[in-house]
Ligand binder design. Sequence first.
Ligand code: C2O
Ligand code: CU
Ligand code: CU
Length: 440
Amino acid sequence: RVAGGVRSFRLEARSGLTELVPGVRFRTMGYNGTFLGPTLRAARGERVRVAVSNGLTLPTTAHWHGMCLPAAQDGTPHQPISRGRTWTAEWTIDQPAATLWYHPHPHGQTEGQVVRGLAGLFLVEEAPGGAGSAGLPSEYGVDDVPLILQDVAVASGGRAEGGRVQAPVGRLGNTVLVNGTHQAHFSASTPLVRLRVLNASSARCYNLGLKGGGRLWLVGTDGGLVPEPAALERVLLSPGERAEVLVELASGTDVVLRSFAHDLGMATGDERLGGARDEFDLLRISAPAGAPAGAEVPASLPAPEAAALMAAGLAVGTTVRTFDLGGRSINGAVLAMDRIDLAVPAGAVELWRVANGSDRAHNFHVHGVQFLVRPAAGDHDGAGITARLGWKDTVLVRPGESVDLVVPFGKHADADVPYMYHCHLLWHEDQGMMGQFTVV
Ligand code: C2O
Ligand code: CU
Ligand code: CU
């Protein structure tokens, strides 16, 4: 609803029972329903207001993951919504078109709420009404399709909800749902389909690829489009990450979007336990009958900000900060809600060096910003570099790896309300693998 120049949304977190897998009812949560939440859309420059009501029996919060906004609107544990109450966030969209999302962030209880279904997409458009879509398919639900990936646990025998299996990366389910659908299927009406894929799982990574033909192009990362579409065999998404991909269908050939085995850099037993060997069919895509003419994969995309910042590199004198990821701590500490770990000057561009010295895979998410991942020396994988030239807010860091993030901070100064950075494997996050920073 748009009134007085403000685009307003209402969300209500609820719990219920949902038959997510035929014959199996799960205890679920959702926004405005019993599982997942509506897709919110707004354009760059628009003022938005979201009223979030808590119809659960537990405290919750509503965090706008990937959004560059003032810390007091961010929906962290510092903005709790107690049972029966409503919290309203309001801000002006000030970032490139992107596939963002929202989810609860109550300290110590995020996993339990997200895996039950409290998650939804927040799509930022370049201009109102979808103008400026860069020649990409952009008809929501027709050739521009959101895919929210989550794993759930089904008990052996297939008749009841089961227990999730504890691994060093967190708790995994054994069945993967796409938009809450088991064995999802999509009938394409065009030969080129844009998929906006969100990994909203607690701990499971997905290594996306096609089975049965077709071509896959990466066009967007967490925070926006990449400078040019990259033809890739596989796109790996850790929890919290998004990718926008184009699937080019060969006429008359059905394909399957599948998650393939991958490498998380852990010891063999932990890789197996952590799901890196698992494979799942995610979405069956049937090609349109005949060969209708349609959009083509564009040669380039309007993502100049990222390219320019990366090309400029870092100014002399830029602050470098290091973050050492331990088993479940950052720089040897776990979260203390009343401790601010660091203060960043508003508008600064800093280099954040994140090193994983532990034996388990982690990822690293920063609130309130979109960053660039500087290719490591010796990273000569051309496709990998292209993929990294997009804006990110969450990045996988394997055991023994170190990544350099170029982070431009916003101008919303607030010395009292912190933003957070943390591992987005939700069980690690709930255990306090998280720190806090202010922008001053
Ligand atoms: Cu997606 Cu701090 O969260
Ligand atoms: Cu976030
Ligand atoms: Cu972790």
